[in-house]
Write a protein that binds this ligand. Structure first.
Ligand code: GP9
Ligand code: MN
Length: 683
């Protein structure tokens, strides 16, 4: 035994056993893989074997003692991959994908989140590596300096491939088409393991970049037929009723609908928002069965869905991976159809989620990022500017903006890990012992207060009455990893169905000149926002490729697709592939009707993906006069207001081609020149 362990093959075996054991322990303790039967558990146990044999097998090609070093390096890389996934999962309940990894520019701002997700017990995850290093130093003296026969590593790697085939075969008996359906990453990890998932994910991404190259103008026809068919005629009374009105769209970060009317320590958590929901102002209509439809892209997904009426991608954030695509999004439509000016206000760095690039493709005129705000220490917490100063300092810009405008106000303080300064906390935390969940209520209260302050300021500035005001929640704030705390809060077990029900986020809208309808129970989702707004302004949404339908239309489609393929309708739901009665939460046997709904959702998500992956809107012209958005016309420079004014003057009476030529050469010289001018002015 001792002899074996101190041999090269012995060392290899020990390393393989370690990584196998570690993977299994992490699967069981860190991930919530929803193991339903013995076969699944068996597959979970064996799935690390194939990749372990293949990857560690590579080390055996090395000469002499180097084998040990290679084994330790490969072992460490595999461990790191697993650990990074574990940490990522603790908040996101999801696995890292290649697009997420390439979004490294976001990691800086994520600092505080990551720190709160790491615990000291994680140190055990490197214990095996330390043991391997000691063992290597102890046994390497007796290792031969030769390369082992090439047959050995080859056999080991072939064995790995064989084990993989058996693994996949067994998995497919339990879950047919496992690799074809890309909806749920959890499945792939459960059946094939975290390492095979990483390989699968890499291949998927290579596939997606070739898709763009292969797409052609015929591909948009199928999509157009679909959205055309789905289109819901507007409600006649409301069509065009708010034409030319300013639109103020307010993003409530991480706000789930369950906060509404929730009482903690006998107090309402969000009294102001509650008052809007219960329509005490008689202004707002609140959609109580409105769901977020986001995935890994979180806020970025919400923004995309609510500005483009396309779904986010099953992996990563389309904001980043499809940041150069052609879009026909709300800001561009409003500008071209009715001369609106659009702006996003957000107290974070402009590159987060690749906003400073993709906003140009969406046609957003101005982007007021952290550079426009006072970011001194006492004004900042977590990701960026606190919501109260954010709204305060946005007011003067809003007041001077050219009208009609479409202004998107994006809050930030109510974001995981829900940090709050003592002086800002006006309600005691909850008492579940899960600290981020407990603070969730405090930052929600802070957000509620900041909104009230903003409403008062809007009224004072005369911007309240005559504007459309739309408020929405972007995505969940409490992930599936906190079901224990959630069940304490709700006094019931958080089943997968209940958790899906909790994915409701608020959506409410005030339309000038129209009385609020109070609480409406139609089923709907973020995808429906764009066509709803377009119709209120009197713009025909049918011309555009949009997957949602007008919320006020009689024909509104109440089939709400979740990004993982689950869905809700007023009557039925599907959660993790199981059908339910929406009202009672009872499980239902599959039948044709339910299978049909499921297929419909798959088709819709699939078509939306096609649009993004093939960059298909580049082949589509929504109206006769539509001008493709030209990113070169947008500057999110600190001097953007001045630059755009400068350009407008310059363009007056200029031929279009000349402008285009001019724009091509514009950036460097002229911006530098303008910069100089403004800094002279400041002095
Ligand atoms: C970052 C903020 C948060 O600027 O919008 O994004 P999220 O982490 O919620 O996706
Ligand atoms: Mn968010």
């Amino acid at each position: 035994m001792r002899n074996f362990i101190s041999s090269k093959m012995g060392f290899f075996t020990v390393a393989a056993l370690f990584i196998w054991l570690k993977s299994y322990v992490i699967y069981l303790t860190e991930f919530n893989l929803d193991i339903q039967n013995l076969l699944q558990h068996f597959l979970l146990l064996i799935n690390p074997i194939s990749s372990t044999l293949v990857f560690l097998g590579i080390a055996l090609f090395g000469r002499g003692r180097r084998v040990g070093g290679y084994i330790i390096i490969i072992h460490s890389i595999m461990s790191l991959l697993l650990y990074a996934n574990a940490v990522f999962y603790r908040f996101n309940s999801d696995f890292i994908t290649l697009p997420v990894l390439t979004q490294t520019s976001n990691f800086g701002s994520l600092g505080s989140s990551i720190v709160s997700l790491v615990t000291w017990t994680d140190i055990f995850y490197i214990l095996d590596i330390l043991i391997l290093i000691v063992l290597f130093n102890w046994s390497k003296q007796v290792w031969s300096a030769d390369r082992m026969k090439i047959k050995r590593p080859l056999i080991i790697m072939a064995l790995g491939v064989l084990v993989f085939s058996i693994n996949l075969g067994l998995a497919e008996t339990d879950r047919p088409q496992l690799l074809k359906r890309t909806f749920d990453r959890n499945y792939i990890v459960k059946y094939l393991g975290a390492y095979n998932f990483a390989i699968y994910d890499t291949l998927q991404n290579l596939k997606s970049s070739t898709e763009r190259v292969l797409a052609d103008s015929n591909d948009i026809v199928e999509v157009q037929n679909y959205t055309d068919n789905k289109y819901a005629e507007p409600n006649e009374e409301l069509f065009g009723i708010a034409k030319g009105k300013n639109i103020i769209k307010i993003h409530l970060e991480s706000f789930q609908s369950f906060l509404i009317d929730y009482e903690l320590h006998g107090e309402e958590v969000t009294p102001f928002i509650n008052s809007l929901v219960h329509d005490e102002t008689e202004d707002f209509t609140y959609f109580e069965n409105f769901f977020h439809q986001t995935e890994q892209g979180k806020t970025a997904d919400a923004e995309l869905i609510m500005d483009a009426s396309l779904y986010g991608l099953p992996q990563g954030a389309a904001f980043v991976t499809k940041g150069k695509n052609t879009y026909q999004a709300l800001p561009a439509i409003l500008s071209q159809e009715q001369g609106y000016t659009s702006a996003v206000f957000h107290g974070d760095s402009k590159s987060f989620w690749n906003r400073d690039e993709i906003y140009k493709q969406l046609g957003i005129d101005y982007f007021f990022d952290e550079a426009y705000y006072d970011m001194s220490e006492e004004q900042v917490i977590g990701y960026g500017l606190k919501d109260k100063p954010f709204f305060k300092e946005s007011m003067p810009i809003l007041e001077t903006m050219e009208q009609p405008f479409y202004a998107h106000m994006m809050t930030l303080t109510h974001h995981h890990p829900y940090l709050i300064d003592e002086e800002d906390a006006t309600i005691e935390p909850a008492e579940t012992n899960d600290s981020s969940v407990d603070r969730y209520f405090q930052t929600a209260r802070y957000l509620d207060e900041s909104l009230e302050q903003f409403f008062n300021d809007l009224k004072e500035a005369g911007l309240y009455d005559d504007s459309i005001i739309m408020i929405y929640g972007d995505h969940y704030g409490i992930s599936e990893n906190h079901t224990q705390a959630l069940s304490e809060l709700f006094g019931e077990e958080i089943t997968p169905f209940k958790y899906a029900e909790l994915q409701r986020v608020p959506f409410m809208i005030k339309i000038p000149g129209v009385d609020g309808e109070g609480i409406v129970s139609k089923y709907s989702g973020q995808i429906d926002a764009v066509p709803t707004l377009l119709h209120l302004l009197g713009i025909n949404a049918q011309n555009y490729i949009q997957f949602g339908t007008d919320l006020f239309s009689e024909d509104h489609n109440g089939l709400v697709a979740f990004r993982n393929g689950d869905f809700f309708t007023e009557e039925y739901a599907m959660v993790r592939g199981v059908f339910y009665d929406t009202k009672t939460g009872e499980e239902l046997e599959p039948n044709d009707k339910l299978e049909n709904l499921k297929r419909k959702v798959e088709q819709e998500l699939g078509l939306s993906d096609k649009v993004l992956q093939g960059d298909l809107l580049r082949f589509y012209s929504p109206t006769e006069n539509w001008e493709p958005v030209d990113h070169k016309k947008y500057f999110y420079d600190e001097n953007q207001l001045m630059i755009s004014q400068f350009l407008k003057e310059k363009w007056l009476g200029t031929e279009e081609e000349e402008v285009a030529d001019y724009m091509d050469g514009f950036l460097d010289e002229d911006v530098q020149h303008l910069n100089k001018q403004t800094s002279n002015k400041k002095q």
